[in-house]
Design a protein around this ligand. Structure first.
Ligand SMILES: [Fe+2]
Length: 132
């Protein structure tokens, strides 16, 4: 099922909200490709693009958190790194035709992302006084 962008996902920092919107849009592209049973190359192009965008997004957020002296930055760095590692493993598994399936990977990313936005990023924007 695709993810709808809703106001509840706004953390109060425009450039971060736009990046989250872009991530959701890319996940939705992946869901469309998966449901259309497109070939692996098409899926991999979008999946690799998504991983790279996550890396970019985490770098931008970590710089912002550092600038604001966010108290939980080190744990966030660790969790972001773990997530990126898991995506790399999932990518290799998918290339090699092993489990987990793409549907499982998409569900994992969706659940992780919503928690990342609604719990983690909102905690940051709230603590640092960035909420609208
Ligand atoms: Fe984020």
């Amino acid at each position: 099922m695709m993810i709808d962008w809703i106001d509840h996902y706004k953390i109060g920092v425009d450039k971060i909200d736009r990046q989250h919107e872009e991530i959701i849009s890319t996940i939705n592209q992946l869901i469309i490709l998966h449901e259309a049973a497109k070939d692996k190359n098409a899926v991999m192009t979008v999946f690799i693009g998504l991983i790279n965008y996550f890396i970019y997004h985490f770098e931008r957020e970590e710089i912002l958190m550092s600038e604001y002296g966010y108290s939980d930055l080190e744990r966030r760095r660790y969790e972001n790194d773990m997530f990126c590692n898991n995506l790399e493993i999932a990518k290799l598994d998918y290339i090699n035709g092993d489990l987990p399936s793409l549907a499982y990977i998409i569900d994992y990313i969706k659940i992780w992302l919503i928690d990342h936005i609604v719990i983690e990023d909102k905690k940051f924007s709230s603590e640092c006084g960035l909420t609208v």
